[in-house]
Design a protein around this ligand. Sequence first.
Ligand SMILES: [Zn+2]
Length: 173
Amino acid sequence: MKTPGIPELVDPTKGCEKRLTFEGSVSTENLPRFTELQMQDVGELETVKAKYTFGRDEQNLKVAVMSYSTTAKLPCQRCLGRVDYKIEGEVTLVFSDSEDDLEMLPKSYEPVLVENQEVNLYQALEDELLLSLPMFAYHDDEHCSSELNEMKSKADEQRADNPFAVLGELLKK
Ligand SMILES: [Zn+2]
């Protein structure tokens, strides 16, 4: 599905000369690695709001500021319920035609290789989102599944009962 607002492929030279801005949303269907995670039931991602502003920096490099915000639903490592994890940020993409040049670019930029005079905006976004995911997600205690909390307190009760049960057994003898 084509999303209105943000094209998948852009000619960065044109984009930077014309100082183009793209703003809109990118759905998970356009982010194949997230679709894969969803199929494996690892997590889900809501539609991503994103904005790209193309231009030249003070060194005359071709750049675009990419900002994004979305919410990932990840499995809680305690109760296996879903945790909402907010992802938002902003990076400066820098475009280069040769892989060798990528090494030379400022480290604060996110390098993107230009292929056939085009860059893939969805791919750049997906790379950034994947880097933003935490290794593990947990609910706040109060939001963690009450079922599991109940199980835990029942287990505690049982454990607390045990000494008396044992004592009872001993008295019967
Ligand atoms: Zn939880």
